[in-house]
Design a protein around this ligand. Structure first.
Ligand code: GLU
Length: 449
């Protein structure tokens, strides 16, 4: 059977690191198995869903290189949910409820006060047909709940959490439809997973109790012959926490825009997210094939995965140092060629840093102050400078022989005169890029400063 996974964001906001991680793992699970990865836009909440977020989700996934093999939108599939609802109604698995929000809140408090779990008491399930008609005559439209089967224990073998068991009597019958006819998350998601042929549901562990309920929905839908299909398998990954160890607000708003602003490469985000929370080492791996080959749910731990900005930056820097000129030429400052990239690459943390280092070649550079002795040394350097395939070596050895200088005294004044800085890229590479005319002029101007 071909693996089919899906990423199902609600377009009520931007994707954050937690969503990105879920999307990536679903993509990896499908791709590793040669399967299909689908994007499902969960936009049944018309009030909170926005088209701009749908666009932003697509843009972010594209930037990350997580391409969906297909896309569906729940708002296009309302007829499907209606049919499933009818089938469940027919099978006696949904029932109308008439409690107001305040009544439900009160019942909840009473149960909690008695030390009971705040589970819905199925008050409306006791109503007769006539009671229901009477409520409706009073102008109360019902909302609808799915009736859990208390006789059938719920269990599944979770891809990360192992054996999971739930007693349905400890769960509330979930509201699946509002009084205005609109859908809540629970039923449409189960209907779609069946209809889209999803074989593996992989999501955050905040969905564990939803899975318990949805397993009964899947079973009821299949039994009602709404769909003849098998249940998908379920995997819940531990949530992402900040480096401080807490579920942080900051992570909830940290997404691709912030990464792009900081000039973080998408491959750095991918390399980190692919392995964060697993027993595999997080490494600067740009080759997705390597990440896919080693992707394995059995390496995922149950402890929260810690997202650390410093780790992302470290991976980004290491990946930038390995980037080939051809892959990023269009993002480099004008005039910077392959040897320019090669010379400055080890000094940068982001591709954007290239511009400031490139100014050391094109100028203008900062003027430095020199002692009298260094000024005459630099004047002599300007005279001795001779162009060759390696002018730096010939210049420094000629200066060494003539002046007896060595180490810092030999090199530092030259670096400062030629670049205006005390540190930076390898001088033999840089000098070639600066070129003979400009180099001599900088040495001369430093000698007469
Ligand atoms: N729209 C749901 C969410 O964003 C999808 C959950 C799921 O994967 O089923 O939480």
């Amino acid at each position: 059977m071909t693996t089919v996974t899906r990423f199902a964001p609600s377009p009520t906001g931007r994707l954050h690191v937690g969503n990105i991680r879920t999307a990536l793992h679903n993509w990896m699970l499908a791709k590793k198995a040669g399967g299909t990865f689908l994007l499902r836009i969960d936009d049944t909440d018309a009030q909170r869903s926005r088209e701009e977020y749908v666009e932003a989700i697509r843009t972010d996934l594209e930037w990350l290189g997580i391409a969906a093999d297909g896309e569906v939108r729940q708002s296009d599939r309302l007829a499907l949910y209606e049919r499933a609802f009818e089938a469940l109604l027919e099978a006696g698995r949904v029932y109308p409820c008439y409690e107001t929000q305040q009544e439900l809140e009160l019942k909840r408090k009473v149960r909690l006060g008695r030390g009971l779990p705040p589970v819905y008491d199925r008050g409306s399930l006791q109503l007769s047909e006539a009671d229901c008609r009477a409520k409706e005559a009073e102008g109360i439209s019902p909302h609808w709940r799915f009736r859990l089967d208390h006789e059938t224990a719920i269990s599944w073998e979770d891809g990360i959490r192992g054996s999971q068991k739930f007693d349905p009597a400890q769960l509330s019958d979930p509201v699946i439809r509002r009084a205005d006819g609109s859908w809540l998350y629970m039923l449409p998601s189960a209907v779609d997973d069946l209809d889209m042929g999803v074989t593996d549901v992989l999501r955050g562990e905040d969905h564990v109790s939803n899975t318990a309920v949805q397993i009964q929905m899947f079973t009821a839908l299949i039994a009602a012959q709404y769909q003849a299909q098998e249940l998908p398998s379920f995997t819940h990954e531990a949530l992402l926490v900040g480096s401080e160890g807490k579920l942080s607000k900051r992570l909830g708003s940290l997404g691709c825009d912030a990464f792009r602003e900081r000039d973080i490469e998408p491959e750095a985000v991918i390399a980190l997210m692919a392995r964060l929370g697993t027993s595999l080492p997080v490494e600067p791996i740009a080759d997705r094939k390597v990440l896919l080959d080693t992707f394995d749910l059995s390496t995922f731990g149950r402890a929260p995965a810690r997202f650390d900005d410093a780790e992302l930056e470290r991976i980004n820097t290491a990946l930038v140092h390995k980037l080939d000129y051809a892959d990023i030429a269009s993002r480099l400052p004008e005039g910077m060629d392959a040897s320019g990239w090669h010379a400055i690459r080890p000094n940068i943390s982001t591709v954007g840093d290239a511009a400031s280092w490139w100014r050391l070649v094109t100028g203008p550079i900062d003027a430095c102050d020199f002692e009298e002795e260094d000024r005459s040394y630099l004047g002599r350097a300007a005279e001795l400078l001779e162009w060759s395939p390696d002018p730096w070596s010939s210049l420094t050895s000629a200066l060494k022989d003539e002046t007896g200088r060595k180490g810092k005294a030999l090199f530092l004044p030259l670096r400062r005169a030629l670049t205006g800085m005390d540190h930076g890229p390898d001088m033999s590479e840089l000098l070639l890029l600066i070129g003979e005319g400009r180099a001599r002029e900088r040495l001369r101007s430093a000698s007469s400063s």
